[in-house]
Design a protein around this ligand. Structure first.
Ligand SMILES: Cc1cc2nc3c(=O)[nH]c(=O)nc-3n(C[C@H](O)[C@H](O)[C@H](O)COP(=O)(O)OP(=O)(O)OC[C@H]3O[C@@H](n4cnc5c(N)ncnc54)[C@H](O)[C@@H]3O)c2cc1C
Length: 390
């Protein structure tokens, strides 16, 4: 039976970054990524919008994303002269009406205290800076001056994966269908093909499959798929200023950003509206009924748009508090979680991979203290809510 010191279930951005940083930080043991879909099409990573922001309400999220931005800005130093993930540093703009302004101001203060580079714009300053914006009814907006924007998510994850494999990490195609638990440790895993592997440490980087994977060891983890739609718009009237727009989120939660010469947009449903099915069908009525009106109200140039394509993706959603669960299980110390990013895991993948590598190598965090993101809060039903889930 094959044996690995570290087995990582899931080869998206989180699993790939974990493998990469293990090797980069000097881990000499054997490492394997076990991935069921090596076309990479069904995971969250390739279906992400690739956004990186510092506009969070939880300090750990700001730190995780700042790490990600540093990586993205230094890809050539990290991965070589050809490395590119098409980073567009156009910022985020989160808008608020009067009722939302106290929360925006509170979050802004947390962000500035933790090194984010953004500015609160109020009244005329908002419309002056963004001439395409209808600021009627808005009290203000928080705009990222640097370190925010978007990347091509597939390229970013592929850079980590290829660099990890170049350093000796094995990629095993297969679906983990069983976990072997030997008292207070995981001793191995069984693949759907019938093969089995022995492992010293198991990392759960299974994205939307994280809850199901944990359940194979009898562990409750409230992480599962939440269906989301992203629509691609052609807007013939768009000005150059609109093409340079930040990723903009209007007070109702509708977001848009430029994508090449087009735009992408979406809206997360309320809890009671969540579609239940785990399929890939796009609901075009969701755009017509819930998005377009709000988009055109804020950006009148979007009155005339055409949906030229769309895709479905699934958030790796932590139903407890929409924050990641990172770290070991308190009783099964060789089972580590890196799950539940709830729509912000692409930007937090690099830092999460580094954090898990530090835990394996050093038994503790060296770069970002993620103790509060540990599994204990699931056990204790003690949520640590992130307010800025887009
Ligand atoms: C529409 C959409 C937009 C998003 N926009 C953003 C954004 O703008 N910014 C941002 O930061 N994040 C965004 N996200 C979230 C982000 O994409 C995810 O949080 C992140 O990609 C999670 O990475 P991961 O490696 O944990 O998961 P994944 O990429 O899903 O990787 C997990 C892998 O595990 C594999 N797997 C699962 N179970 C098993 C098993 N039992 N055996 C073997 N393999 C298994 C899966 O096949 C998958 O490839 C978005 C997500 C969606 C869906």
């Amino acid at each position: 039976m094959a044996s690995y010191d570290v087995a990582i279930v899931g080869g998206g951005v989180v699993g790939s970054a974990t493998a990469y940083y293990l090797k980069k930080l000097g881990y000499t043991g054997s490492v394997a990524i076990i991935e069921r879909d090596t076309s990479w099409q069904s995971g969250c990573t390739a279906r992400s919008c690739g956004g990186l922001r510092q506009q969070f309400s939880t300090p750990e999220n700001i730190a995780l994303s700042k790490f990600g931005v540093t990586v993205v800005k230094n890809l050539k130093e990290e991965f070589g002269p050809e490395a590119d993930a098409a980073f567009r540093e156009q910022g985020y703009l989160i808008l608020a009406t009067a009722s939302g302004m106290p929360v925006l101001e509170e979050n802004h203060a947390v962000q500035i205290a933790h090194g984010a580079h953004n500015v609160l714009l109020k009244g005329d300053a908002l419309a002056a800076r963004f001439p395409w914006l209808n600021a009627d009814g808005l009290a203000g907006g928080c705009f990222g001056l640097s370190g925010e924007g978007w990347v091509d998510p597939y390229s970013l994850a592929a850079l980590f994966r290829k660099a990890a494999m170049a350093r000796g990490v094995a990629l095993i195609q297969g679906e983990v269908a069983g976990l072997r638990r030997d008292g207070a440790r995981i001793s191995g895993l069984d693949l759907a093909s019938g093969e089995s592997l022995i492992c010293g440490t198991l990392v759960n980087a299974a994205g939307t499959g994280a809850g199901r994977l944990a359940a194979l060891a009898g562990i409750a983890l409230p992480v599962g798929p939440r269906k989301r739609y992203v629509y691609v718009l052609d807007c013939p009237a768009a000005t150059e200023a609109l093409h340079k727009a930040p990723l903009t989120v209007e007070p109702g939660g509708v977001y848009f950003r430029p994508e090449g010469r087009n735009f992408i947009c979406g809206l997360s449903p309320e809890e009671h509206e969540e579609p239940e099915v785990f399929d890939w069908e796009v609901d075009y009525a969701w755009f017509e009924e819930r998005i377009w009106g709000r988009l055109a109200e804020r950006v009148p140039l979007f009155e005339a748009v055409k949906v030229i394509s769309a895709w479905t993706g699934h958030y790796d959603y932590n139903a407890l508090d929409q924050n990641a669960v990172i770290g070991p299980h308190p009783e099964i110390a060789n089972f580590l979680f890196a799950n539940g990013y709830s729509g912000h895991g692409l930007q937090q993948g690099p830092a999460s991979g580094n954090a898990i590598a530090e835990l394996i190598l050093h038994g503790g965090y060296r770069t970002i203290d993620l103790t509060r993101f540990g599994y204990e809060r699931i056990l204790n039903n003690a949520p640590l809510f992130e307010k800025n889930v887009i």
